[in-house]
Ligand binder design. Structure first.
Ligand code: BGC
Length: 438
């Protein structure tokens, strides 16, 4: 028992940061932003979007494709010209379905298959005779040479489809649309989901200048007051999930080694929903190996990579009953551990909460770095528009993020607001297409 308490204490000490440490990370993030913008070596790609804030006067009916993971969403959006919009139709579909025998995210699938499959899903949403300018949210690091041109640099979030990295995804989609004879769909803009989130939030909040996704993946964009390309304001997709000047624990190193792209997306691997379950699993596995948990067995689930999902972490953290009865139920039904001790259940929950607290602290540190870059003495109001399952659904995520901000910015923290922006990645693509049409 004493040994277990000690091990948890050590875990916390290795994971949870003090305020000065958070500020130190914020400072190196800020430096990495400057380095990335000025073309010096940096883990932040600082990719141009060729877009700035919408005016709110954009108008018309648009089609949006939102592809950022294994589920794709397509929607038609009516934009009214007075800063309002309405989602007219929507549907989503998976890119992998074992039952139906396809997986367009695997190495065996090609980019041509993938884009043809996506294009093939669009027709059911279209009205005859209507022309649809298209906004495409493609949420992977892509080098843009214009608002409608993007080359995929590297897949993230464990997607592996062949023949897409290094290729122009706008052209691939265009070809697939032609192939499916969808001539009333006219690609106008390609954006990152963070950019979509910021554009959507700008419709309702004039202080929005930072957009972020805290979900399966993690990334942030912001409005750079003076873009190196145009000298004017431009939204920059930082690809901050790749930030790497971070103190890593042995668990992070193990997760990174066993991932698709070791050495990359280091921040995302510490904070993103794709990885927090796995990180928690790796820690629990270590505790089991050290005979500190479940001594009488070897529960397979904790020895199988990616078996623990962020939904499991949500479940662990939601249980507020004194005996952690729901955690006990979860252990029985999902983990096949019929009998668990209360201290084991408490330990699991504590491990999960330590992983989540660090995720919140790191995200706050990067937001702090951005704020210091755009407003060094924090004189103006800023809204950070955030979408994603962690921010929206993980118990305590949003509130602890705001508390961390309060502690860092003290009296001035009222100038900063974080705001859930639902559907931003889809609606934002329609707004981006509308900006181009305007
Ligand atoms: C991608 C980003 C994206 C983020 C959130 C990351 O893996 O590299 O482009 O914005 O996930 O979806």
């Amino acid at each position: 028992m004493h040994e277990l308490v000690n091990k948890v204490r050590m875990l916390r000490a290795g994971f949870v940061f003090s305020e000065p440490q958070i500020l130190e990370i914020a400072n190196s993030f800020q430096q990495a932003m400057t380095d990335g913008l000025t073309g010096k070596g940096s883990s932040l790609k600082m990719l141009p979007s060729f877009l700035t804030k919408p005016t709110g006067r954009e108008k018309g009916i648009y089609l949006a494709i939102d592809f950022g993971g294994t589920n794709v969403r397509i929607l038609t959006v009516g934009i009214k010209g007075n800063g309002e919009y309405r989602i007219l139709k929507r549907r989503s579909f998976p890119l992998q379905d074992r039952g139906k025998g396809y997986d367009f995210t695997s190495r065996e699938a090609t980019g041509t298959d993938l884009f043809q499959f996506i294009a093939g899903q669009i027709e059911s949403l279209l009205e005859p005779g209507q022309i649809y300018p298209l906004g495409f949210t493609f949420s992977f690091p892509s080098q843009q040479t214009g608002v409608n041109q993007a080359i995929l640099i590297k897949w993230t979030k464990e997607i592996q489809t062949s023949g897409v990295e290094g290729h122009n995804v706008s052209e691939m989609l265009q070809k697939a649309l032609v192939c499916k004879n969808l001539i009333q769909v006219i690609p106008r803009a390609i954006i990152n989901d963070t950019v979509g989130t910021l554009l959507t939030s700008s419709y309702i909040d004039r202080y929005a200048d930072i957009g972020s996704i805290c979900g399966t993946g993690h990334n942030t964009c912001y409005i750079e007051p003076s873009s190196p390309i145009t000298g004017k304001p431009m939204i920059i997709n930082m690809e901050s999930g790749n930030f790497n000047e971070l103190p890593a624990t042995k668990y992070d190193l193990q997760l990174d080694r066993q991932s698709q792209i070791p050495g990359e997306q280091r921040l995302e691997k510490m904070v993103g929903g794709q990885y927090i379950g796995e990180l928690t699993r790796i820690i629990i596995q270590d505790f089991i190996n050290k005979k500190l948990l479940f001594v009488s067995g070897r529960p397979e689930i904790f020895f199988t990579p990616y078996k623990i999902k962020s939904e499991d972490i949500t479940r662990l953290l939601t249980d507020e009953s004194p005996d952690l009865t729901d955690v006990s139920q979860w252990l029985k039904t999902i983990c096949r551990i019929p009998h668990s001790l209360l201290e084991e259940r408490i330990t699991l929950r504590t491990i999960a909460s330590i992983v989540i607290i660090r995720s919140i602290q790191l995200v706050t540190a990067t937001f702090t770095g951005v704020l210091k870059h755009i407003d060094p003495s924090l004189e103006k109001r800023h809204t950070i528009a955030i979408d994603g399952s962690l921010y929206e659904l993980m118990p305590g995520y949003a509130s602890k993020l705001n508390i961390t901000f309060k502690n860092i910015f003290k009296g001035k923290s009222d100038l900063i607001e974080t705001k859930l922006t639902k559907d931003g990645s889809g609606v934002g693509a329609a707004i981006a297409a509308a900006i181009v049409e305007d």
